[in-house]
Design a protein. Structure first.
Length: 467
């Protein structure tokens, strides 16, 4: 019997965890952190519906926290197997997980100091020691090479075009009477995106587990450079600072590159850029070290280190340096994380800049329900930060071209060459988006589709996916 269970990213975007069972072998695909609404975040603390100590291996698609951020907690709860990933994901995971632990520890300390927590004392979900233990489990393996995480379960990676090291996972269950083939899409990237190759074509499979983040909507057709130019000029006219909440891995590197392209072309004035994220600084060096993975036809990553060292870019590591940015009046650009404004240094910049109408908040990419980024996206006039309501008087501007997720049309383009699988499961999307994509593929291509609920299981071994 082969069974798949959905313990995360089911009718929601975060917390990716798919448990694949074949005989006595158990492999967890992704080990992500829930983010967004309090009800979802609380699941990070709750009991799991399966025993970590009985899982043989974890296989990761890429290094974003909603795909790897639960791993230290998972190890703490008893997992002692190997965690497979690409070499670039292995390098990025170290800085991502340490940063996640640091942010949780800092937020807990801040909550205890300010007294706005219901928990006495507030505790982090995990700490740096837990991260150290989790990192020991990582095993880097290159794309297109088969590896055997457990029992009859074999896997290989293909480029997903979403992030450095990001991959879809082709899976074969090699047991009689015949091999069963699955495909986990991971997060599918965009076509013609700066720094990244286009996502590889999906291999034929019996079952596909496909993301649906933008399953019911497309990105605007505007060119990202044009969008960014317009946003910068409007921000300069206001006279204040631009604050960009950027994923430290991926979007921060793209944004610095694009801003300097526009500066070199004299499309925008030369502005000071404050990269206020130690993790983003470290990630940029990892990007340069893995330049062979990137699409060099559009971005010369060999020069990325030089761009970071230019007089235009100010690298901020210490807390004291970060605080000094508060004194900068603008115009200029502050790039900080986290990308959905759920924690980290970006919160302090938002508290400082949101109440001033001269400033501009740039939103670039998907914001999960319940996050501060989504609240701003939806026009909130105040948002809650560190126990206080902060008025939103700054301009809030979306630059959709910075998104790393395939839009609706791009997802359909990616799926187009794939023959109909026995069943397609749509995950990693909010309920409306997942159901819209599933319904469309059922109506237009006759696919047998499902949108799993959290905790739902399906048997895959009989030729039909009976619940």
């Amino acid at each position: 019997m082969v069974k798949i269970s959905f313990y995360g990213a089911a009718e929601t975007v975060t917390g990716s965890k798919y448990l694949l069972e074949a005989g006595d072998a158990r492999v967890l695909i992704d080990c992500g952190l829930f983010q967004g609404e309090k009800e979802l975040r609380s699941k990070n603390w709750g009991p799991l519906e399966f025993q970590p100590g009985r899982v043989n291996a974890v296989v990761l698609t890429h290094a974003h926290i909603d795909h790897i951020g639960f791993l230290p907690r998972f190890v703490k709860l008893g997992f002692h197997g190997r965690t497979w990933c690409t070499p670039a994901t292995e390098d990025l995971a170290e800085i991502m997980l340490y940063d996640s632990a640091h942010n949780q520890e800092e937020d807990a300390r801040y909550a205890n100091r300010k007294g706005f927590t219901r928990h006495k004392p507030a505790l982090p979900l995990y700490d740096r020691r837990d991260v150290q233990h989790a990192l020991r489990s990582l095993k880097g393996t290159h794309r297109k090479q088969w590896f055997n995480p457990a029992g009859p379960i074999w896997c290989r990676y293909h480029d997903a075009g979403h992030l450095l090291g990001s991959s879809m996972i082709e899976v074969e269950i090699r047991q009689p009477p015949k091999t069963l083939r699955l495909l986990f899409s991971g997060d599918v990237g965009r076509y013609d995106a700066p720094l990244y190759h286009d996502p590889a074509s999906p291999p034929e499979c019996d079952y596909i587990i496909c993301e649906s983040t933008y399953g019911n909507r497309d990105h605007p057709k505007a060119d990202v450079l044009e969008e960014l130019t317009e946003a910068v000029h409007a921000a300069v006219d206001r006279g204040g600072m631009m604050v960009v909440a950027a994923f430290a891995v991926g979007r921060a590197q793209q944004l610095i590159y694009l801003l300097q392209v526009l500066t070199a072309k004299k499309e925008i004035p030369e502005l000071p850029i404050y990269l206020d994220s130690p993790m983003a600084i470290d990630a940029s060096r990892i990007y340069a070290a893995h330049a062979a993975e990137q699409d060099l036809s559009e971005a010369r990553l060999a020069s990325l280190s030089a761009k970071l060292a230019s007089r235009q870019v100010h690298l901020t590591r210490s807390v004291a340096e970060s605080r000094r940015i508060n004194e900068v009046k603008g115009p200029g650009v502050i790039i900080s994380s986290s990308g959905m404004m759920t924690g980290g240094r970006i919160l302090h910049h938002l508290k400082q800049r949101l109440p001033d109408e001269r400033n501009t908040i740039i939103i670039g990419g998907f914001m999960a329900a319940g996050t501060r980024g989504r609240h701003l996206q939806e026009g909130a006039r105040q948002i809650r930060i560190h126990g206080a309501d902060v008025p939103v008087k700054a301009a809030v501007v979306e630059v959709s071209g910075l998104s790393g997720h395939a839009g609706h049309a791009e997802l359909l383009r990616w799926l187009r060459p794939l023959p109909a699988p026995r069943r397609a499961f749509f995950t990693h999307g909010e309920k409306a988006a997942a159901h819209a994509l599933a319904d469309e593929l059922h109506a237009t291509r006759g696919w047998n589709v499902a949108v799993p609920r959290l905790g739902q299981s399906f048997e895959l071994s009989t030729g039909t996916a009976d619940e």
